[in-house]
Design a protein around this ligand. Structure first.
Ligand SMILES: NC(=O)N[C@@H](CC(=O)O)C(=O)O
Ligand SMILES: [Zn+2]
Ligand SMILES: [Zn+2]
Length: 349
């Protein structure tokens, strides 16, 4: 491996928002070019709560794939949105439909989470069925109580929700999604049992100062919100440690630019177009480019019990300007770092 050329087994994105309709058509090629597979989040309006809806959504994703060239073989991995009323029988139907996981959104925690879970005790029988059938539980790990400081919501979630959940369901495979704190990184690192975490590129690259640098910058606003530098350093340490418990999940979350540049800006960063480039930048800054392949291509499949992809992708050290805006249906999308020059460039063979 020369320092200017980095070849990796084809990677996957274990946390992605593709949306639907014109938005789906606009963003899917970006991900399909970078990744062989992606775990597709179910927080549509209305949410994807049944196996039948997941199958229909999967068909719409397949129909939006590029027809030839890179990305034509992209495989969406489907997830159902857990609600207070998800019946345990939906777990069997999901499994039969090839759905891999359920997603826990605490009600009100993030974008399109109104139909999420108000009290996890209501889901006991369904969680039991997931544990029995081997489906994973993916978690947006923040409490929603208005009296808890926004920056503390992830750490409080570990104590109040995650620990009791793991005591009750010790064999349930859990992915703590888009972790943002030292508490979460250390909890996952030190836990016994089947728990892993995804880490986004933006949480590896930025701390909360980025949101306020030279004015309020809504394109750096996502949930869970960026934290202070000590937390970013703990995330970098976890992601570059070589531990199979940490893997790539971009949480690329497109919102139309006017809804980001808004009095009540939507939460979410669009990173799909330059995902591997951003991760390479973060790993290189940590002197850990040799750990990128495990994080991006090997640890995720191992945790999900899926085969590693065949084929490779190559990153080349080559400055290129990320476009400031991208077409997004009838509006535009502004990628994180749009208009800036990136050091690495993905070359798809
Ligand atoms: N991460 C975000 O800030 N937003 C995501 C939802 C989520 O992953 O929490 C979205 O769907 O826009
Ligand atoms: Zn989330
Ligand atoms: Zn997300």
């Amino acid at each position: 491996m020369s320092a200017d050329l980095l070849t990796l087994t084809r990677p996957d994105d274990w946390h992605l928002h593709l949306r639907d309709g014109a938005a789906l058509a606009a963003v899917l090629p970006d991900t399909a070019r970078q990744f062989a597979r992606a775990i597709v989040m179910p927080n549509l309006k209305p949410p994807v709560t049944t196996a039948a809806q997941a199958l229909a959504y999967r068909e719409r994703i397949l129909a939006a794939r590029p027809t030839i060239g890179p990305g034509a073989d992209f495989e969406p991995l489907m997830v159902l949105y857990l609600t207070d009323n998800t019946p345990p029988e939906e777990v069997q139907r999901a499994k039969a439909a090839g759905v891999l996981a359920f997603k826990l959104y605490p009600a009100g925690a993030t974008t399109n989470s109104d139909a999420g879970v108000t009290d996890l005790r209501k889901c006991h029988a369904t969680l039991e069925a997931m544990q029995r059938e081997g489906l994973l539980l993916l978690i947006h790990g923040e409490v929603t109580d208005g009296d808890i400081d926004l920056f503390d919501r992830e750490a409080v979630f570990i104590d109040r929700v995650l620990q009791p959940l793991r005591r009750d369901f010790p064999a349930l495979k859990i992915v703590f999604e888009h972790i943002t704190t030292r508490e979460a990184a250390h909890y996952v690192r030190d836990a016994e049992g089947p728990i892993a975490a995804t880490v986004t590129a933006h949480h590896l690259l930025y701390n909360r100062n980025a949101i306020f640098q030279g004015g309020l910058r809504p394109h750096y606003y996502c949930l869970p919100v960026l934290k202070r530098e000590t937390h970013r350093l703990a995330l970098v340490e976890a992601a570059t440690s070589g531990s199979p418990r940490f893997f790539l999940g971009t949480d690329s979350a497109p919102h139309a630019a006017p809804l980001k540049e808004h009095a009540a800006a939507c939460a979410g960063c669009y990173t799909a177009l330059s995902a591997l480039e951003l991760y390479a930048e973060a790993f290189e800054a940590a002197g850990a480019l040799d750990k990128l392949e495990g994080f991006a291509s090997l640890h995720g499949p191992a945790f999900y019990g899926l085969p590693v992809n065949t084929g490779t992708v190559t990153l080349r050290r080559e400055p290129w300007a990320l476009p400031e805006t991208l077409p997004f249906g009838e509006t535009v999308l502004k990628p994180l770092r749009g208009g800036e020059t990136l050091a690495w460039r993905l070359q798809v063979d």
